[in-house]
Design a protein around this ligand. Structure first.
Ligand code: ZN
Length: 574
């Protein structure tokens, strides 16, 4: 390809609406253009990157026995009503009606469609297992789409669904996909981690991993072990309770007048005690039920753990002040676990009953208790791991200190079990002629999102630094001058030679200043740049530069093609 003929409109300015670096660089490098909020056109270079990721994904799915299909974007509401998701999916589901007033949605996922397919086609255990996948557009009506491909309203995913005879079969399919995903992200040249994740709203029999591309700008916090392979989403990470020393307070439990002292910090300051000696008492409302939740003063409550433990409410939030007043008779800042009204369930984090004595609210505005003994004086109905993991804590598997990193979720593998096969009636006849539900798994890769994640992980002040396997072209040739015939000829010759060697090469033949060409080459992020200038060419040399390291070297004209090829082959070997 010649740059003079390529639709690659680069920009020097950062587009105003682009908040994240991947969005900024994709627009500036001329990879995408916005059609509507969260909806993009892929320009030629952007599409090449997308196709490369797609083909890596496709190869790995096929290698595990996946069969590619293509399901419709438009899905009938009936199926979503059958699975029970039409109501619960909420405003993010793009809904539409046809001319006969029949309801449809634009698919954000395809469990309903594929389960409907299988219930019609699979009769016998002999037809199982099945691994079916597609690479296709998905839709999600984001409230404020503003992160480019990171969180668009239209995006491209690979989704595979596994159908097995039983749980053992599902375990096998799950492992296959887990392994395939490791290969996919390694082959894309990305630094990633599979982490134990929260089952969240998809619902299922448990067992899920998220694949995180590590990047400082990532929206997910991940804890990982410095010694073993343990890694988990912070929301999921299991904590080991830690015992704290007793607070130095003499005598029995005492009611203390603490006017206007509401927060943990204010209590600590007034009484000159560490946060570890306090119990935070929070009245939570899960749908229409109320719970008093207790956690040590220095800890952060993990609402996802709480909601999972309580059985998964649609909404779980702190009860508003008037509800607190109504139930406990005080302002929220003075809620406590002593003498809680009968009927109100009290749930404590594992560390609370281990506290020897504690300071807590007294359920009386402007009063706290000191020297309360949790194991005796608190009526605790349930003890659970409810807190957020902190960096530096010991790994539950091996005891080494845990570290924290940030990541961007680009893939998820998920054991669904029989949730959808039961809801939609996808059954088969087993060896004994008995009717059984298919056991399902679902496995997604955010294909378009992976492009954004790759950029978030690989960029500098000058632009994108593509990992070789997903670079739009591997090598760009930059003739410094288009006026010097010798330079132009040498550039053309090298261009043809590299093409002959099978190198994906692009020639910047534009009549532009060298500085402009260099800036664009860095911005787009081609891994290798070969610069041809009259001065070095007079000595029979050209300049070879690697984008990632910035290292340049002078190479003999007749040797440069082979050298470029060697660098590429080395980077692509897996
Ligand atoms: Zn460990």
């Amino acid at each position: 390809m010649r740059v003079s003929q390529l639709l690659n409109p680069t920009l020097r300015e950062v587009p105003a609406e682009a908040e994240v670096i991947s969005h900024q660089l994709m627009v500036r490098a001329g990879l995408i253009r916005k059609s509507a909020a969260g909806v993009y056109t892929y320009l030629p270079l952007g599409l090449r990157i997308l196709k490369k990721i797609e083909s890596i994904v496709r190869e790995e799915m096929d290698a595990k026995g996946g069969q590619e299909i293509l399901m419709p974007v438009i899905q009938p509401a009936e199926l979503w009503k059958e699975s029970g998701r039409w109501e619960v999916y909420g405003a993010e589901l793009f809904r539409l009606k046809d001319r006969h007033n029949r309801e449809f949605c634009l698919g954000p996922t395809h469990e309903e469609i594929i389960t409907d397919l299988i219930r019609g086609e699979v009769r016998s255990y002999k037809q199982l297992p099945l691994l079916l996948y597609q690479i296709q557009n998905k839709y999600r009506d984001e409230r404020r789409p503003r992160f480019g491909l990171m969180r668009g309203r239209e995006f491209i995913m690979k989704d595979l669904y596994s159908f097995d005879r039983d749980e053992a079969g599902l375990d096998e399919s799950y492992q296959k996909m887990y392994d395939a995903y490791c290969r996919i992200f390694s082959r894309c040249g990305l630094a990633y981690r599979p982490v134990e994740a929260d089952a969240g709203a998809i619902g299922g029999t448990g067992g899920t991993h998220e694949f995180m591309v590590l990047a400082d700008s990532g929206e997910n916090a991940v804890v990982y072990c410095s010694e073993c392979n343990y890694a988990a989403n912070v929301e999921k990470a299991e904590c080991r309770p830690q015992v704290t020393e007793a607070v130095a307070v003499e005598g029995e439990r005492k009611l203390l007048h603490t006017p206007e002292v509401r927060t943990i910090d204010e209590v600590c300051k007034l009484l000159n005690v560490p946060k570890t000696s306090l119990v935070k008492s929070l009245l939570y409302q899960g749908d229409d039920k109320l719970f008093l939740v207790l956690i040590r003063g220095d800890r952060e409550l993990n609402e996802i753990k709480l909601n999972n433990a309580l059985g998964g409410f649609v909404t779980l939030e702190l009860a508003p002040p008037h509800v607190v007043e109504g139930i406990l008779g005080c302002e929220p800042g003075f809620v406590g676990p002593v003498e809680v009204p009968v009927g109100l369930t009290v749930i404590a984090d594992e560390e609370v009953p281990l506290m020897k004595n504690a300071i807590c609210g007294a359920n009386k505005t402007n009063y706290h208790f000191v020297n309360a003994v949790p194991s005796i004086e608190f009526r605790i109905d349930q003890v659970l791991d409810l807190r957020m993991m902190e960096t530096g804590e010991a790994c539950l598997k091996c005891g080494a200190p845990l570290k924290e990193a940030r990541g961007i979720e680009v893939g998820q593998v998920f054991k669904l079990g029989t949730k959808y096969s039961k809801a939609l009636g996808a059954t088969y006849l087993d060896l004994n002629g008995e009717e059984k539900f298919c056991v399902m798994g679902c496995y997604g890769v955010g294909v378009s999102r992976s492009i954004a994640a790759a950029i978030e992980q690989n960029h500098d002040d000058f632009g994108i630094i593509w990992p070789m396997p997903i670079a739009p072209y591997h090598c760009i040739i930059v003739p410094v001058s288009t006026k010097d015939v010798l330079v132009v000829e040498a550039a053309d010759k090298l261009y043809q030679e590299l093409q002959r060697l099978g190198v994906e090469v692009i020639l910047d033949d534009r009549d532009e200043r060298a500085g402009v060409k260099f800036k664009d080459a860095d911005l787009v992020g081609y891994p290798i740049r070969v610069t041809i200038g009259s001065k070095t060419l007079a000595n029979g040399q050209v300049e070879l530069r690697e984008r990632k390291t910035g290292e340049t070297q002078l190479v003999l004209v007749e040797e440069v093609a082979q050298q470029v090829k060697t660098i590429i082959e080395k980077a692509l070997s897996f």
